[in-house]
Write a protein that binds this ligand. Structure first.
Ligand SMILES: Cc1ncc(COP(=O)(O)O)c(C=O)c1O
Length: 454
């Protein structure tokens, strides 16, 4: 009998992060500085990022050592368990095996501290006094608040208005860790004030909250910016997830057939997927299928264009080559606030573009229904974001029921849903609605991509 919970010894926790930039099928297109329309100069990034993080951002070294200090904090909750969802398998009557990597065990309740801790650590090392950041669902905001508290850095979080209203206790959590949290758009920045003038009732978006946080960092000498997803160094830090999963499966002599994660900006997905991409190209698990699950209301990978675009609404960030729905696309206020982003990690987009990784989009009610089935079989009440990966895994398992295949499916269960109970309530009372693919809005937004001559 295979064990239910595969636990890696603390001493076997990875000592290095895996950097997929070393193994891409073709080089990544350089980020462009919106002021010069030339490739970004590293010195320009030093205004808002710690030097060590910039080094990681542009590194092509396959492995980068995790500082002992960071590993020591990781030890509070890592290695996280890999758990077999046998009751869910029985409920689905599938011959497939379903495993999930449980990232809900971290202090903030998701995978986000995997990057928040090193980001705060390297900033502390370089003397940063204050960090400005944005948060979608509130998970990143809480994670960086926690991390900043550990290293005594002041923290200001711009939280997307839609989530700020839906998840008031995420804000309390940030306060518990000593951070300041305001709804975005806010009156504290030029970008926020401009948006409020245009639409005082806007639910905001991750792209807009990024504009506010970047502006805050650029206009305060003692302040750096931190981003919880999208960037190469964030995907790098999250690679600890997939590396642990590979070790955990090695302990029970299994090579999974399907690896799944949900995609907002791409960080938790990159975390589980990139180490498996390495397994695939090195022939250790050549047939493994890797799938990203995203919301139908914000279908970046499945419906976006692979073009250069800004990372934020106001056009303050570097212009990156990625799948995009257009930087001023305001996604509908779905409950998976962390998946409402118009673009995705350029590393991930490159692998999707090259056909190494697939993507699939889902409606929020079918994902919440899957989450309820999970709660009622496996017990954990998971985040609406993670429910997209779960839904994808359940569909795969149902396909196996039809074909009789005994596939091993693993998904990244990126966080718990204890602060997302309004989503569950709106499912119970029937007020949760699905948003069809907003084709016209996206068409308009895609008409405003920056012109990059490359
Ligand atoms: C629990 C959870 N999962 C997934 C995501 C999506 O972000 P990313 O794509 O960077 O993993 C978020 C974002 O807030 C989240 O809170």
């Amino acid at each position: 009998m295979t064990p239910k919970k595969i636990i890696l010894d603390e001493n076997d926790m990875p000592k290095k992060w895996y950097n997929v930039a070393a193994d891409l099928p073709s080089p990544i297109d350089p980020p462009i500085d919106p002021r010069t329309m030339e490739p970004v100069r590293l010195e320009a990034l030093e205004q808002i990022f710690a030097k060590e993080l910039i080094k990681q951002e542009v590194s092509c070294d396959r492995y980068i050592t995790i500082p002992e200090d960071v590993r020591d904090v990781y030890r509070i909750w890592r290695p996280s368990p890999l758990i077999r969802a046998e009751r869910l398998e029985q409920y689905l009557k599938t011959p497939a095996q379903i495993y999930y990597k449980w990232e809900g065990v971290s202090p903030a309740g998701s995978h986000k501290p995997n990057s928040a801790i090193p980001q705060a650590y390297f900033n502390m090392k370089e003397g940063t006094e204050r960090i400005a950041t944005e948060t979608g669902a509130g998970q990143w905001g809480s994670a960086i608040s926690f991390a900043c508290k550990l290293y005594e850095i002041e923290c200001k979080v711009y939280m997307v208005r839609a989530s700020y209203d839906q998840k008031p206790y995420r804000k309390s959590l940030m306060h518990a860790w000593g951070a300041t949290c305001v709804a975005s758009p806010s009156m504290d920045t030029v970008s926020g004030r401009m948006m409020l003038e245009k639409d005082p009732n806007t639910g905001g978006s991750l792209g807009l909250a990024i504009s506010e946080a970047v502006e805050d960092a650029a206009t305060h000498d003692n302040t750096n910016y931190a981003l919880g997803s999208v960037l190469n160094h964030v995907c790098l830090h999250q690679s600890i997830i997939g590396q642990e999963v590979i070790e955990q499966f090695n302990m029970i002599d299994i090579k999974p057939d399907v690896v799944i994660g949900c995609v907002g900006g791409g960080s938790n997905f990159a975390g589980i997927a990139f180490p498996f991409y390495h397994e695939k190209i090195t022939g250790k698990n050549p047939d493994v299928e890797i799938i990203g699950a995203e919301p139908m209301a914000c279908p970046t990978l499945t419906k976006g264009l692979y073009e250069y675009d800004y990372g934020d609404v106001a056009g303050l960030t570097p212009i990156m080559k990625m799948f995009t729905l257009g930087h001023d696309f305001m996604p509908p206020s779905i409950h998976a606030g962390g998946l409402r982003y118009h673009g995705d990690s350029p590393l991930l987009c490159k692998l999707v573009k090259e056909g190494c990784i697939k993507a699939q989009a889902y409606h929020q009610t079918e994902c919440l229904a899957a989450a309820l089935t999970f709660a009622r079989t496996e017990g954990h009440v998971i985040a609406p974001e993670s429910s997209h990966a779960l839904k994808c895994a359940m569909d795969e398992a149902i396909r196996c029921r039809q074909t009789g295949e005994k596939k091993v499916i693993v998904f990244n269960n990126s966080g718990h849903g204890h602060f997302d109970l309004t989503a569950y309530d709106s499912y119970f009372d029937g007020s949760m609605v699905d948003y069809e693919y907003p084709a016209e809005l996206i068409r308009q937004s895609l008409g405003k991509l920056p012109k990059v001559n490359r």
